[in-house]
Design a protein around this ligand. Structure first.
Ligand code: ADP
Ligand code: MG
Length: 248
């Protein structure tokens, strides 16, 4: 599977905010069915890179290629059409709708379905939940759910929109240990479906548990990248901080 063509590549991405270089020539390549960790301390440029790839912000330099084809200017609509989906830390759900409605509504809007209601949303939501082997109360108001179940709702919503490239920005921050294990089980299922997953995190033990490939940013610079098996918590810490760690 290593020879499969990348679904997404970024090359030499630069982004400057005022005097701050948030990204300084960052390149990254995502393969289908693999989990790619984007690691780095706070302020290293991880979220900025996601915004550029998803068309929410424009780079000052660099290229984005989807299926080997260079995009001339990424927009949110283009990113969605390419199957790029981002699970933000707040999940961006509609608070007054049910779980089923939240899962199905954006896909329904995208396909310009005029008739959208509770009854119609349910079978489509049920299908994806069943496919993924999840247990979710589809009729519940989404705001009544736990953080972990709201996150699952957001992931299901992304898949209903044909996600091929799924970014998860610090997805384990508010989860318990067993919820993290459930999320990682789901990540493995998505991987089997051929989704390219980007797991953004600074929790290095989790990174090493779930990732195949690793990219490390430090102050906007790419300081390490490669096969996750070549890294340890210690070597990642050194890469992220630029400081040797005391192991005594
Ligand atoms: P991370 O997600 O790794 O914590 P960010 O991508 O959010 O890092 O930020 C990278 C750098 O860019 C930081 O120094 C941050 O302050 C700066 N930055 C990010 N977004 C903006 C913005 N909209 N305006 C000005 N500076 C920004
Ligand atoms: Mg961030």
């Amino acid at each position: 599977e290593r020879n499969e063509a990348p679904v997404l590549e970024v090359r030499g991405i630069v982004k400057v905010f005022g005097g701050v270089t948030a990204l300084d020539g960052v390149s990254m390549s995502l393969l289908p069915g693999r989990v790619h960790c984007l690691a780095g301390e706070n302020g290293s440029g991880k979220s900025t890179l996601i915004k550029i790839i998803s068309g929410a912000d424009a780079p000052d330099a660099g290229e984005i290629l989807i299926d080997g084809e260079a995009m001339s200017g990424m927009t949110p609509a283009r990113a969605l059409r390419a199957g790029i989906q981002v699970i933000y830390q707040d999940f961006s759900l509609f608070p007054n709708l049910t779980v089923a409605e939240n899962i199905v509504l954006p896909a329904a809007i995208a396909s310009r379905k005029k008739l959208f209601n509770r009854a119609r949303s349910r079978p489509d939501a049920q299908r994806i939940v069943d496919e993924l082997g999840l247990t979710l109360n589809l009729d519940a108001d989404v705001e009544k759910l736990s953080v972990a179940d709201r996150q699952l709702t957001a992931i299901c919503r992304a898949l209903v929109q044909d996600a091929r490239i799924l970014f998860m920005d610090e997805p384990t921050t508010a989860l318990t240990h067993s919820e993290v294990e459930r999320l990682f089980g789901l990540v493995r299922k998505l991987q089997e479906r051929g989704v390219a997953i980007v797991f953004v995190s600074h929790k290095l033990d989790e990174v090493l548990e779930v990732s195949h490939d690793i990219t490390v940013l430090r102050s906007g610079e790419l300081v390490a990248s490669g096969d996750a098996r070549e890294y340890s918590v210690q070597s990642l810490t050194v890469a992220m901080t630029g400081r040797e760690v005391d192991t005594t």
